[in-house]
Ligand binder design. Structure first.
Ligand code: UD1
Ligand code: MG
Length: 451
């Protein structure tokens, strides 16, 4: 059956104390909203409607950047979750199939959990996702009769007896699109909060003779983000999950708790990630590569057999071919290194291409920026770039060419040539000895005068 997705994202997130709308705060370098969209993607939704309110312009721009097909509706006043879902009636009025409601600030609902809801939906008209709360606090309580859900009572409206229930509402609901909007049309705001509760549709559904149930998930999945502390907890939960997944997939992590992944990090099996490595967004590491300690990677592709670090920095647009070695204090940006190329120490390679088997000496810098424009450096195959070479871009170094140590290269170097540009050395016999003797004598003199 086809499914539509409604994501509630209109809330202000006052406790974040931020100008950024809450759902745009990031876990693992992706906005909470993207995590919610990815969770919902488990049911392959035909339509996705995001209900924006606070910071609607930013939320709209960000959502469309994440998925051009999402539809946005604006909830001008936050009159409750029921009112929020009702705002999606415009685009979804005649949509066939089911509709799943998710919260934009609840990033961890698992695909398996949604699959279990979909299964339950085959037997029930409406399915709610619940969880056994260690501290039920102010959550809505699920009033069950066996495996049938009778209604949801909000904490504010619950009796003392109902408040003792520990089976709580996560907020996720799956039902037919037509039933959802029919029922929502009947919801009133006659309650303790004066809000239109989405949760009221369960009682209304039962009244109309529809069957309802609740599927239980782990409490950790329903973790919602309301504060910076929650966001930090969500990050920790994401990292724990991702580390376990990586180990499971054959990635070697000797100190997993010190390695940080982004939402989209891809690492092949038989790779080794040493301690204290940080992955920003957009990194792929192929099978058998090794990322050594204290390296930072983002927007980079590392091929088989490559070795990166320790203390390396790969920035966006880095493409390391097979068996490339990038060593300590080497920064690479928007550059392709061909198979077997090496840059082992202290270098900056930006806006460049480096041919296969080329060796980049210590202290080499591609001077890519003139203060206004960026320029490219092209280095051929099997070239040798001597230590402390400054490559003033735009410039080319041909195949099998070399540059002498300390050379400032501002003209192309032809294939097979050597470029040398440095002042000739002049040795002055005895100079150093005499020079230091003179300095030491002056210092002794000053000490004497001071006494
Ligand atoms: C809601 C549920 C409660 C459940 C809890 C789980 C209702 C009435 N109550 O309570 O049963 O246990 O979540 O966390 O549904 N939002 C809008 N527009 C609004 C109101 C809310 O977009 O007018 C969004 C919020 O941004 C948030 C989500 O809906 O993402 C939930 O709203 P929130 O105010 O946190 O609901 P709770 O009172 O926590
Ligand atoms: Mg809440």
């Amino acid at each position: 059956m086809s499914t539509n997705l409604v994501i509630l994202a209109a809330g202000k997130g006052t406790r974040m104390k931020s100008d950024l709308p809450k759902v745009l705060h990031e876990v693992a370098h992706a906005p909470l909203l993207l995590h919610a969209m990815q969770a919902g993607a488990a049911l392959s939704p035909r339509r996705t409607v995001i209900v924006a309110g606070h910071g609607a312009e930013d939320v709209t721009a960000a959502s469309q950047g994440l998925d051009a097909k999402v539809e946005i509706v604006i909830q001008h006043e936050q009159n409750g979750t029921g009112h929020a879902v009702l705002c999606a009636r415009g685009p979804l009025a005649d949509a066939p199939g089911d509709t799943l409601v998710l919260y934009g600030d609840t990033p961890f609902i698992r695909a398996e959990t949604l699959a279990r809801m979909r299964e339950a939906r085959e037997r029930f008209d409406l399915v709610v996702l619940g969880f056994e709360a260690t501290d039920p606090g102010r959550y809505g309580r699920l009033v069950m009769d066996g495996n049938r859900l009778e209604r949801i009572v909000e904490f504010k409206d619950a009796s003392n007896e109902e408040r003792k229930i520990s089976f709580c509402n996560s907020g996720v609901i799956l039902t037919s699109n037509s039933a959802l909007f029919d029922l929502l049309g009947q919801v009133t705001n006659d309650n303790a909060a004066g809000e239109y509760y989405l949760t009221d549709i369960i009682g209304l559904a039962r009244h109309a003779g529809l069957s309802c149930t609740a599927v239980a998930c782990d409490e950790a999945e329903t973790l919602g983000v309301n504060s910076r502390a929650d966001l930090a907890r969500a990050e920790a939960a994401f990292q724990a999950r991702k580390r376990a997944e990586m180990l499971e997939n054959g990635v070697g992590l000797s100190a997993p708790e010190t390695v940080f992944f982004a939402h989209d990090t891809h690492i092949g099996p038989d790779t080794t990630i040493e301690p204290h490595v940080v992955f920003g967004p957009g990194v792929t590491v192929e099978n058998g590569a090794r990322i050594r300690a204290f390296s930072h990677l983002e927007g980079a592709h590392v091929s088989r057999g490559a070795i990166v670090g320790p203390y390396a920095r790969l920035r966006p647009g880095t493409e390391l071919s097979e068996d490339v070695h990038v060593g300590n204090f080497v920064e690479i940006k928007n550059a392709v290194l061909g198979p077997g190329a090496k840059a082992n120490h202290l270098a900056y390679i930006g806006d460049a291409s480096v041919g296969e088997q080329t060796n980049i000496g210590a202290g080499t810098i591609t001077c890519n920026y003139d203060g206004v424009f960026k320029h490219r450096t092209e280095i051929g195959a099997r070239a040798f770039i001597g230590s402390d070479t400054m490559l003033v871009a735009p410039v080319r170094v041909g195949d099998e060419a070399m540059t002498a140590t300390g050379t400032v290269v501002n003209k192309d170097v032809p294939e097979g040539a050597m470029a040398i540009a440095r002042a000739p050395q002049d040795n002055k016999p005895g100079f150093a000895k005499k020079f230091f003797a003179k300095l030491k004598a002056r210092k002794a003199d000053e000490i004497k005068k001071g006494e």
